[in-house]
Design a protein around this ligand. Sequence first.
Ligand code: NAD
Length: 250
Amino acid sequence: MRRFENSTALVTGAGQGIGLAIAERFAAEGAHVILADIQEALLLQAAERFKDLGYSVSYQALDVSRPEQVDRMVERIVQDGRSIDILANNAGVAWEESFLDIKDDNWRRMIDVNLNGMFYVAQRVARQMKEQGKGAIINMSSTNGLAGEAKYAHYNASKGGVILLTKTMAVELGASGIRVNAVCPGYIQTPMSEAIDDPEFVSRYIQNHIPLGRVGEPKDISGVFAFLASEDAAFINGECIVVDGGQLAF
Ligand code: NAD
């Protein structure tokens, strides 16, 4: 399928993990993809690989928690003469910390990247989409935005915030032709999850929490982003799609 010919998709956190898979899916379906990430070396690597595959790609290094950097990114895209038809607002961080021990700086950093960063990018891009008269925004939340997992109070709060940010954006922006949805993945194997959990924890987690008997892969999520950006989802707005192998069905 090549559903996104003549479209541009901006993907944040595209250097690795789920964001990289999302970018690859949009590129494979014909979009020009703009890879954005704080890790420039990863962007370079990914952009080279995409070019070798014949994909149309460019990239921008930025920290999504810095509004002035977000402004600059959007200005550059517009100056390059591109529209932004699709935003995969995916960049995020996670680490474990018991509630009673969370340091104020760590709380602030988590919220700054996962919630404030999501807001800065979504708002600046939505302003541009409003001028274009259309667009699709998909914000990355998590099953942790719907249920409280121990040792992740700051992460859970940030992802819960993303869901109501999404719903409010959907209400305000629908009349401008902009659809806004969220995706709530469960456990997905990526550099983020590998950095936090050892293999023994993962097999116990699968056994106790995931009816499908496996963890998710980035491509389990990228297909859902592509669906939400596509015409097949033309009447889906303000929704939050759980993709967790049945974890929240318990
Ligand atoms: P990852 O760490 O493998 O990739 C995240 C990417 O975001 C990295 O390339 C990183 O450099 C980038 N990034 C981090 N901070 C940034 C910043 N300030 N500015 C710009 N880029 C930044 O993580 P992942 O597992 O692929 O997660 C991607 C998203 O999916 C995150 O929002 C995460 O919270 C969410 N998520 C992940 C899981 C999971 O199990 N892996 C589950 C639910 C939701």
